[in-house]
Design a protein around this ligand. Structure first.
Ligand SMILES: *Cc1c(COP(=O)(O)O)cnc(C)c1O
Length: 394
């Protein structure tokens, strides 16, 4: 058993792990959240329908996105549906989305009775290919869902111009990019409706929760009416809002730290075989990195599968995983597709994702992460898989 921590032997073969056994917990320890919980205990707001936290959170989200109206709800997944309902989308309508996106976004379109229209993602990334919008839109197409994904930010200025010309409403899914900015504006503030998530893994978390932000009073009103069943049927609680407020105050500072960590990581992993990083996507972009994505190129990694790579990386302690499955295989009964979506296929089959909590760690941990990625990539690149029946990892 090798004890030399600089050994190249992979952890799956008994070598030393690149990162220790720490698990990069999320949510992180946070004095502000603790104080908010205690204060909600002291004043009883934790158990009330109405107190001041939800109203304050809506106000702050509206201000942060430079819009008049924000409404809280139970999840980001539901917030996407609520955005569509607010826009008045329903049976017989079509909504465009990328073939590679969060699974719930496809379901949200179905939930309002509309039909998803799939367009491809760009050749070198994970964002909707804007060049396909015009061709994809039919008479029945009323909206497009645009998601900022995996550290990439969609070119919203261009999308909004084109959408206006085509008569499409834009739902801007910023669940992975709270507080990010693109083209000089906050992600989520460009679209006719912006969508946020406060789910348990997200950069702002209350365990569950979501929100929509908009300038359009009619959209806000329709969404509100949908939720009102004598009581709010899909609410975010006062207690959830209470723990989100102190996190919102730290968001931009934490986003900045995450960007620095990613810059450091990319510098140290530049030129590694088989791993092509996400680029910022648009000019003038400041991402917030809920996930960071690499394209996995098996031909440069001895022909080994992405699953083998992720198993080996996780054994090293690296918080890596595969990406979304995408909607390429959805049948023609459920959606319309623009062509065979080759880049969507590539994204669904070959995406390596880094989960964000490690990005708030010290530089030494980021350096160890970079060394771990290099260790696995080099080991994979050095050993050709002898033939297709041999599934062994180098
Ligand atoms: C997480 C996520 C959602 C949904 O958020 P939940 O609050 O978990 O339901 C929607 N869109 C994208 C892109 C996401 O990453």
């Amino acid at each position: 058993m090798p004890s030399d921590p600089s050994s190249d032997m992979l952890a799956i073969h008994g070598g030393p792990r690149a990162l220790g056994r720490e698990r990069f917990k999320w949510p992180p320890p946070d004095d502000g959240v603790r104080a908010a919980l205690l204060s909600a205990w002291d004043d009883g707001s934790w158990g009330r329908y109405h107190a001041e936290h939800t109203g304050r959170l809506e106000e702050q989200l509206a201000r942060m996105h430079d819009v008049e109206l924000a409404s809280l709800c139970c999840s980001g997944t539901f917030a996407v549906e609520l955005a569509l309902r607010g826009l008045g989308i329903g049976a017989g309508d079509e909504v465009i989305l990328a073939g590679y996106d969060f699974a719930g976004n496809f379901r949200a379109i179905e939930a309002v009775g509309a039909v998803p229209v799939l367009v491809d993602v760009v050749a070198d990334g994970w964002l909707l290919d804007v060049d396909q919008l015009e061709q994809a839109a039919s008479e029945a197409t009323l909206a497009v869902i645009v998601s900022h994904l995996h550290g990439g930010l969609a070119d919203m200025s261009r999308i909004m111009k084109l959408a206006r010309r085509l008569g499409l409403a834009v739902v801007e899914d910023a669940c992975q990019a709270p507080g990010a900015s693109v083209g000089g504006r906050v992600a989520g503030s460009w679209g006719d409706v912006g969508v946020l998530s406060f789910g348990g893994s997200k950069l702002l978390t209350a365990g569950r929760g979501g929100a929509i932000v908009t300038r359009a009073a009619d959209v806000h009103q329709r969404a509100k009416i949908f939720c009102q069943r004598g009581n709010h049927a899909f609410p975010l609680s006062e207690l959830q809002a209470a723990v989100l407020l102190p996190q919102l105050a730290l968001l931009l500072e934490r986003n900045q730290r995450r960007r620095e960590a990613i810059a450091r990581l990319l510098e140290q992993t530049a030129g590694l075989p088989g791993l092509r990083p996400q680029s910022d996507g648009a000019a003038d972009a400041a991402p917030s990195y809920y996930k960071m994505a690499w394209r996995y190129v098996p031909e440069e990694l001895g022909g080994h599968s992405i699953e083998q790579f992720v198993v080996a990386a996780r054994a090293e302690g690296l918080p890596l995983d595969t990406g979304f499955r995408g909607f390429v295989r959805r049948g023609a009964k459920r959606c319309r597709k623009l062509g065979d979506l080759p880049h969507t296929r590539r994204a669904a089959e070959g995406t390596v994702l880094l989960h964000h909590p490690i990005l708030l760690e010290a530089d030494e941990t980021i350096d160890a992460l970079a060394r771990g990625m290099a260790k696995v990539a080099r080991a994979f690149a050095a050993v050709d898989r002898p033939d297709s029946t041999n599934q062994e990892t180098p």
